[in-house]
Ligand binder design. Sequence first.
Ligand code: SF4
Length: 256
Amino acid sequence: MPWATRGLRVVTTGYPHTPDDYGGSFRAAVSPLPGARWEPDMAQVCPTGAITEHDGVPRLDHGRCIVCGRCVRRFPRAFRSDAAVETAALLRDALVVPPLRETDEALARVRAALARRVRRLRRSVHIRHVDAGSDGTEEWEIAALLNPVYDVHRLGIFFTASPRHADILLVTGAGSAGMLRPLRITVEATAAPFVVVACGTDAISGGLLGRGYATRGGVSEELAVDVWIPGSPPSPFSILHGLLLALGRFPKGGPA
Ligand code: SF4
């Protein structure tokens, strides 16, 4: 009965030590194609203002992109959808493509400072997830980290209900007005050293909601973000990438 044994078999991903076939199947980002030239309509087609012009070429901010695909459909010779796993970044500017000029230097500084801070968090870490006005999509992907496929516990990463026990604050949502105070209280209650991860385009920039009377346009004004995970929502692989990036835990020669 091979079908029965196949159905009962649970294949836990080997990521980040070994890549998975389905890891790159998530539509994770949209990028300008090499040689693409700027057209005035490009800015209008994007509902979140992610596309801007720079020196006659389109520049795309993954921190604003909700991966709706409108630019790819309207300008197929200028933009493409990327299936990717490693989409998180240590620097907000690193989410912009083509990259901003000073990103490499700034990235090295940030990476070194973060490595010093997380030195003591290498073995077993606990995450406190804070929903600061999410639409719920990121929560589905975060919950998937606990299933047998991603099994985040195998990496020594656990979730906790209390910020007192947390090493990582994983923040989702556009920064809704009602959640700003609870977010501040959570930050104050978390013992140093801890790392802040903004999970999803909404947490980075407010996404489709942007900034308004009810939302802050992301959470970075309320707390110092260490790792940025774009996507609307990011896949469980991308969230894993962000968490491991925060902890400096990518194995040498691994997919990252
Ligand atoms: S995919 Fe959508 S949100 Fe992203 S840059 Fe294109 S139009 Fe803007």
